[in-house]
Design a protein around this ligand. Structure first.
Ligand code: NDP
Length: 291
């Protein structure tokens, strides 16, 4: 149901009586890129789905999941502040969502609601697609220990990373995150960046419009040619850390890929179709460039 001839607009036709509805719940949610990315995917494949954003107040995630049951929504993405509450309200959790105690989307399985967490796997998919190689056997250094960092630490270990070193402002949170990698995880020091094959900024430092927009989460002089520097921050598309790392000769991977790949895993489970990654990526890049 694509309207118009330009593949860059990805306009979905007006919903009809047969349209399946998916949505994201969060608060605030109005700046979420999920509607842009998912509607671009529905439009690119010309399938009869649409995707909305619902601002759901903190504490109301269980009610939103009941609404999903009643309204028979096709799928639900979950973002801040509902990820933990959604994990408590679904019928079943995947092993990743259970380990993290957090859900980033919900799908149907034989009448039951299943809570998934594809943030970490989405990151690994993006990283491997960008560098054209597997993360297995690599030494990874994660800066940050929030929700996104924890999902990444778990996914890196599951993908066969050799070591996962976690560095965070608050050490207690770094310990919790590192433990998710089992015997491969440990809390490190900033200087340990030197030993890493892959360095990941999983903090919000570098995010446009914040007081830390120009703060570098990693000392660039510790980086070297041949390393991979991956960002989670995607606004701006190119962060000060990515510029500094590229100057040194590191391979840089931006944060948009993670956003797209975690959405792609949702899309595929909900619709059963292979996700049109290029259309999703293009739509996300355009929306961020406009923001
Ligand atoms: P959280 O709030 O859970 O964690 C924030 C992390 O950043 C913590 O480790 C925190 O340290 C650290 N931090 C924040 N500010 C500073 C600072 N000034 N100095 C040092 N450390 C700081 O957030 P999330 O884990 O959910 O998200 C982290 C980032 O990843 C955000 O920028 C988010 O937009 C991005 N993200 C990107 C995704 C993508 O698809 N590309 C997906 C999800 C998130 P402390 O523990 O000490 O407070």
């Amino acid at each position: 149901s694509v309207v118009g001839s330009s593949p860059r607009t990805h306009l979905v036709a007006a919903p009809t009586g047969t349209t399946r509805v998916a949505a994201v719940i969060g608060s605030p949610v109005r700046h979420s890129l999920s509607p842009v990315i998912h509607n671009a995917a529905f439009g690119a494949l010309d399938i009869d789905w649409t995707y909305l954003a619902f601002d759901v107040a903190a504490g109301d995630a269980a009610d939103a999941l009941d609404a999903m049951r009643t309204l028979r929504l096709g799928g639900l993405s979950v973002t801040m502040p509902h990820k933990a509450d959604a994990a408590a309200a679904v019928d079943r959790l995947t092993p990743e969502a259970s380990s993290l105690g957090a859900v980033n989307f919900v799908s149907w399985d034989r009448g039951e609601l299943v809570g998934h967490n594809t943030d970490g796997r989405g990151f690994v998919d993006s990283l491997e697609a960008s560098i054209g190689a597997a993360v297995a056997g690599r030494h990874c250094h994660v800066v940050g220990a929030g929700g996104a960092a924890r999902a990444i630490v778990l996914a890196l270990a599951e993908a066969g990373a050799d070591q996962v070193v976690v560095v965070n402002r608050s050490r207690a949170k770094a310990e919790v995150a590192a433990a998710l990698a089992g015997g491969k995880g440990r809390v490190g020091r900033p200087i340990d960046v030197k030993e890493a094959d892959v360095v990941i900024n999983a903090t919000s430092m570098g995010m446009a419009g914040t007081s830390a927009a120009h703060v570098l989460p990693v000392e660039p002089s510790l980086l070297r040619e041949g390393q991979v520097l991956a960002e989670l921050v995607y606004h701006p598309l190119r962060t000060p850390l990515m510029d500094a790392a590229a100057d040194i000769g590191a391979t840089v991977v931006g944060g948009v890929g993670m956003l797209v790949h975690q959405a792609a895993r949702q899309f595929e489970l909900w619709t059963g179709e292979a996700a049109p990654l290029d259309a999703m990526h293009e739509a996300a890049n355009e929306a961020i460039a406009r923001a």
